[in-house]
Every structure is written in structure tokens, then in C-alpha cells.
Design a protein around this ligand. Structure first.
Ligand SMILES: Nc1ncnc2c1ncn2[C@@H]1O[C@H](COP(=O)(O)OP(=O)(O)OP(=O)(O)O)[C@@H](O)[C@H]1O
Ligand SMILES: [Mg+2]
Length: 370
């Protein structure tokens, strides 16, 4: 069986390293100290938080993913669903139904997962005051059991129309929940900074920041080599250096590339840099449709900028060299093209550099650029 896992949370023997951070998070959890975990996409944020909770036996996790939320109504309903999933006891279910009677909740059991699911009357829309009601519910639950509250993809709260109000209401309750550790996890650095580091924000300095960097190359390499060895594959020198480079050191992308390297090799094979072409081709075959969908969203000029960026990565896109590489256009039009591609999640800003969200899309684009 292919030992490489990507795209989902990894725990236990599938979780490599991060010993210091696990210890730090455990200590913060025990002190009910709120933290904010910030890192790139697919670097391992969710896994880190889940692994920390798993190691602290007896602690539960109230997990809410805010990815893509657009309204206060959706925010509250997601929080309520998480509460119902955490506390399955009948007495609690009755309490939730009682508190939220005006929402006409119905609770059923998912036949596949056997987990309770709550549905609400779709015609009743929750407003900002419900945020506080939901947080009161969390507080009363915390009097009965120990758990950590995790808001994943927290930066998406900024997409809500009443974002400022929602953030202020959350903060005003959370600051009194001194026995509950809250963890805010987020990907897009400058957006998380807006919430936690900007002096004007309600959450200013309210949580200890933990920044997640790539796993150390040596430690992660050893872990990956062992996985290959479990299927009697020997990894030749340099192979992983190429893998780490192509994946830009991003944990999840490295595992994805190893997953296909495994697929294109067999027992007793040496895994060498020569296998990388076939491995990448396998990723391209699987992801081709989404690459084409991305390209179809772009104008000719945007595509030109993207191809130039794939070729000239590392160079400042605002330099005259780059502007020349894409033809006779002004810095302003390059700027607009790049901004658009950041908006539709093809590119992202990492410090001063503009990078591809998906490094394999970049590799696919290279021979196809004009
Ligand atoms: N400590 C780790 N050891 C080994 N692999 C890891 C580790 N952390 C993350 N990964 C790899 O990265 C992938 C993504 O992990 P995870 O979902 O935790 O990251 P994330 O930063 O929360 O991602 P996203 O930005 O998509 O929410 C995992 O499926 C796994 O392949
Ligand atoms: Mg995540």
C-alpha cells in the first residue's frame, strides 16, 4: 500500500517531527492560553493542532472550519453543527434544541458516519447576536468537559459582510472564557496579521502566535526514505533534493510528489531523479482538468505573465526585466494581471515573492508557456 498521505490530516506514525511545537501547544492548552497558528497552504497546520490534541489524552476538540463562509448565519450554523458533533449526549441535544428553539433544529444520525447531524430551518437567518449565544453554549459545555476550540481557516471571517462586528463579538465573549483554550489557524499571512497584529483589530495581541515553517529537510528526508524502504524501494541521492525543490519545501506537496514516485516504481527499484518525469506526468494526468480550467479564466496577457512567472520565478514581477519579458506593457498592467491571479487563487504573495499556489501547475505550464 502506498505509504504517502496528502490532502488530509496526518497523525501518529504518519506525522513527522515538530516536537518542540507540539510541546509548546500542549503547554498553552494546559494554561488555557489562546494561540494563533499561521503558515502557508499545505504546510501542516491542521495536522499539528490535531496531533497536539491527540497526544494530550482526555482532551477533545471542537473544530470549526470557516473556509468559504460568507455570512454571520453560516458562521453560527457551522459553530452549532460542531457543538452537536462534539457532545452527543441526549441531555445536551435537548439543551441545544431548547436554546435554539426559534431555529427549529432537527437532529438526526448520519447513516454513514453514525455522527449526529443538526439541520436548521433554512428560512430563519441567524444575526450577529447569535454569535454570543453560540459562545455561551460553548462556555456551558466547557464546564462539563475539557476541550480545545479550533477555528481553522480563520482568515475567511474577513469575507463576511459584517466582518468587523462578527470579530468584535467573538472577541468580547472569548476574552472571558479563561478556561477554554482557543486556537485560530490561518493560511494567508497578511490577512491573519490584519486580525491579530493590526492595533485596530479586536483580536490585537489576544493570542500567542506560532508560525509554521517547512519541516527541516534532513528530518523529513529520513522520514520519507523510511516510507520508501517499507516498500523495498531505495532512494538514490539527489532524488529528494529535486522533490523538495519542485515542491518548494511545502510538506503536503512533497508527500504528493512522493506518492506518485511510489506509484511509478516497484519493489526493489531504486527511486532516482530519472523517475521524476513519469511521476510528474501522473500528477498532470490527474490534475489536467483543473489546470485547463484555470487557464480558461485568464486573458492572453494574464497567461503571458503567468508563463513568464513560471520561467523567471524568483525575479521581481515588478522589475523592468519582467515587464520586458511579457512584452511592451506597463508595470501597472502587470500589477493588475498578478492581482487578478492572486484573487482567483492561482498565485499568492510570500514575502516579496509571488508564487504559484500549486507547484505542479507551474511545472505543467513551463513547456506550454508562450
Ligand atoms: N508533520 C507532518 N509530517 C508528515 N507530513 C505532513 C505533516 N504535516 C503535514 N503533512 C503533509 O501535508 C499535508 C497537509 O497537511 P495539513 O492539512 O495538516 O496542512 P494545512 O497547513 O492545514 O493545509 P491547508 O492549508 O490545506 O489547510 C498532509 O496531508 C501531509 O501530506
Ligand atoms: Mg488546514
Amino acid at each position: 500500500m502506498n505509504p504517502f498521505k496528502y490532502g488530509s490530516i496526518v497523525l501518529g506514525k504518519n506525522f513527522c517531527g515538530r516536537k518542540d511545537l507540539l510541546k509548546q501547544i500542549a503547554a498553552h492548552m494546559e494554561a488555557s492560553q489562546n494561540i494563533v497558528v499561521i503558515g502557508e497552504r499545505r504546510i501542516g497546520k491542521s495536522s499539528l493542532v490535531y496531533e497536539a490534541v491527540r497526544k494530550l489524552k482526555g482532551t477533545d476538540i471542537l473544530y470549526m472550519d470557516l473556509l468559504g463562509i460568507k455570512s454571520v448565519d453560516a458562521l453560527c450554523k457551522r459553530m452549532l453543527r460542531a457543538i452537536v458533533t462534539l457532545e452527543k449526549k441526549a441531555s445536551w441535544t435537548a439543551k441545544i434544541i431548547q436554546t435554539l428553539a426559534y431555529l427549529r433544529p432537527t437532529i438526526s444520525v448520519d447513516p454513514i458516519t453514525s455522527m449526529p447531524v443538526v439541520t436548521f430551518d433554512a428560512s430563519v437567518e441567524l444575526k450577529a447576536d447569535s454569535i454570543q449565544e453560540v459562545l455561551d453554549l460553548i462556555e456551558s459545555l466547557a464546564q462539563k468537559k475539557r476541550f480545545m476550540v479550533v477555528f481553522d481557516e480563520f482568515q475567511d471571517i474577513l469575507k463576511i459582510k459584517e466582518a468587523d462586528e462578527a470579530i468584535a463579538l467573538l472577541r468580547s465573549k472569548i476574552q472571558f472564557h479563561s478556561n477554554i483554550p482557543y486556537v485560530f489557524v490561518g493560511s494567508i499571512r497578511h490577512k491573519m496579521d490584519e486580525i491579530f497584529i493590526s492595533p485596530n483589530s479586536a483580536f490585537f495581541k489576544s493570542a500567542i502566535p506560532i508560525t509554521l515553517d517547512p519541516l527541516p529537510v534532513e528530518e523529513f528526508s529520513k522520514f520519507l526514505i523510511k516510507k520508501f524502504e517499507s516498500g523495498k524501494r531505495k532512494v538514490l541521492p539527489d532524488t529528494l533534493t529535486h522533490v523538495f525543490n519542485i515542491a518548494n519545501n511545502v510538506t503536503g506537496d512533497i508527500q504528493q510528489l512522493c506518492e506518485v514516485l511510489w506509484e511509478v516504481t516497484s519493489v526493489n527499484d531504486a527511486v532516482s531523479p530519472d523517475n521524476l518525469k513519469a511521476a510528474l506526468e501522473l500528477i498532470f494526468t490527474r490534475e489536467q482538468k483543473s489546470y485547463e480550467a484555470f487557464v480558461s479564466l485568464l486573458t492572453d496577457f494574464q497567461f503571458k505573465c503567468l508563463s513568464a512567472l513560471a520561467r523567471e520565478s524568483g525575479k521581481s514581477v515588478y522589475s523592468m526585466d519582467f515587464v520586458k519579458a511579457v512584452g511592451l506593457h506597463s508595470t501597472a498592467s502587470v500589477n493588475r494581471a498578478i492581482t487578478r491571479m492572486i484573487d482567483i487563487n492561482i498565485l499568492f504573495k510570500s514575502g516579496k515573492e509571488i508564487r504559484f499556489v500549486n507547484p505542479f501547475f507551474k511545472a505543467w505550464l513551463l513547456p506550454r508557456g508562450r
